[in-house]
Design a protein around this ligand. Structure first.
Ligand code: EPZ
Length: 421
């Protein structure tokens, strides 16, 4: 296994290009199962999770190639409707092949994703949505079995106790595009990645409106053709680099991100006394000597503060004088990074879904362990500003969501490199 070594203290300067969105690419690749014609998906980041999804698509019988960010998928001859446990258990997001398999083959057998380090990952909303489309759903032996004679549109309220669900909205949308009649999804996820999926489906011939809002309408069609699509930029990667620049008191230019996808982060950073500017397609942070102010955040479905940026924000608050509170409303257990940040000298106390952070003057480098994708990013940010050397082990978590992160950070002047563990 690899580990990342960081010598803290460098102020980041320069330009960084944001990669395509991991969380838009995954359901869009699954959506290619809905057509027997080839689909070309561009700006796909070269990440482990992408290659895992391609493996699943090939196991189902699709041809699937990855060539320098361009993915070509042809699901003309599907030979299976089963997504096996050994693949789904490696990446929970592969559960989003359920909807397209039901849409295309009218049957599917997909392993339950199981829980992970950030919490239990229930799928009740996915199953409820499919049942509202007249799909018979049963769970046995750790698998979801779904089958339907005639897929019928219906009205579905898809909100759960934690609000809307990104991949449940994706699964239901991908089943409904080939259903007879109209489907209305209420309390749908509004994330830009869901809207990007809907835009790709519409290029394939689907009739979806309302994407990006809580009410999505889908007029079923008989079949879908192939399509070409460029995936939106990764807003979580962009937010991570903005915070890397701020925590190191640097000034970087972020190229290729969508400013509007980052509104809540930029609003919170401005509350902390940091200016984030934008100018024809660029976002840039100006280094400032002013003291940051402590800021409270609560994670919510989009356009609220994203849970995928909570850990990184916590690193920033760890070195901000004063007391701030991070409340995690999407995954209440998503605090694995707290213990590791405290090993680096942070003062963070966990109280249920809250983390109370008392800012310290400086963090000190230490050997720490990555636990989930975004917690790993938080440890990188902490390492960039800590005094001394930080060694982050188990960084395969990081490689799932950040393309070439150490190369991009090195280019910005960070003293960071990878070693074999
Ligand atoms: C997506 O996961 C993202 N993954 C996650 O990013 C992200 O953290 C999450 O959305 C929330 O924004 C991908 O897009 C591949 P949810 P998803 O269904 O769709 C509960 C990362 O780091 N829920 O929106 O699986 C659930 O437990 C990953 O890139 C139900 O109760 O998340 C959670 O509390 C981590 N029943 C909340 O809803 C369900 O049927 C939101 O989960 C489904 C979800």
């Amino acid at each position: 296994m690899d580990k990342l070594i960081i010598e803290g203290g460098a102020r980041l300067k320069g330009e960084v290009n944001i990669s395509g969105s991991k969380n838009a690419s995954l359901p869009i690749m699954a959506a290619a199962l809905l057509s027997d014609e080839p689909c070309v998906i561009k700006n796909v980041p070269d990440l482990r999770d992408m290659h895992l999804m391609l493996k699943i698509l090939r196991a189902l019988g699709a041809e699937a190639e990855f060539d320098k960010g361009k993915v070509t998928i042809c699901a003309k001859k599907l030979k299976s409707y089963t997504a096996p446990y050994n693949l789904v258990s490696k990446m929970r997001a592969s559960f989003c092949v359920l909807g397209p398999l039901v849409g295309r083959l009218k049957k599917a057998r997909v392993s339950l994703p199981g829980g992970c380090i950030i919490g239990v990952r229930p799928v009740d909303l996915h199953l409820k949505g499919l049942q509202r489309l007249n799909v018979a759903v049963s769970v046995s032996g750790g698998y979801v079995n779904a089958s339907v004679k005639d897929l019928k549109g219906g009205s579905i309220y898809l909100g759960g106790e934690f609000g809307s669900s990104v991949l449940a909205t994706a699964n239901v949308m991908m089943a409904a595009v080939l259903a007879k009649g109209k489907t209305l999804i209420e309390n749908a996820a509004c994330e830009p990645e869901v809207a990007d999926l809907a835009n790709f489906l519409n290029k394939m011939g689907a009739k979806i409106t309302g994407q990006g809002s809580p009410n999505i309408e889908i007029e079923g069609v008989r079949s879908l053709g192939g399509a070409e699509h460029k995936v939106i930029p990764d807003r979580i990667e962009a937010g991570t680099f903005i915070m890397a620049s701020i925590i190191t008191r640097g000034s970087i230019v972020i190229k290729g991100a969508v400013y509007q996808h980052l509104s809540v982060l930029i609003d919170k950073l401005e509350e902390a006394g940091v200016t984030v500017e934008k100018n024809d397609g660029y976002i840039y942070t100006k280094s400032s000597r002013n003291k940051f102010k402590p800021v409270n955040i609560t994670t919510l479905p989009y356009p609220g503060f994203p849970t995928d940026m909570q850990a990184q924000f916590m690193s920033l608050m760890s070195v901000t004088p004063g007391v701030s509170v991070v409340t995690e409303k999407i995954y209440p257990d998503r605090f694995m990074h707290v213990a590791e940040l405290n090993r680096m000298g942070a003062h963070i106390q966990k109280e249920g879904p809250h983390a109370i952070i008392s800012g310290v003057k400086a963090l000190s480098g230490a050997p720490v362990m990555a636990s989930d994708l975004r917690a790993s990013a938080a440890l990188v940010l902490a390492g960039l500003v800590a005094k001394g050397r930080t060694e982050i082990s188990r960084i395969y978590h990081l490689d799932r969501g950040y393309e070439l992160i150490e190369a991009k950070l090195q280019k910005l002047g960070a003293r960071i490199w990878r070693e074999k563990e």
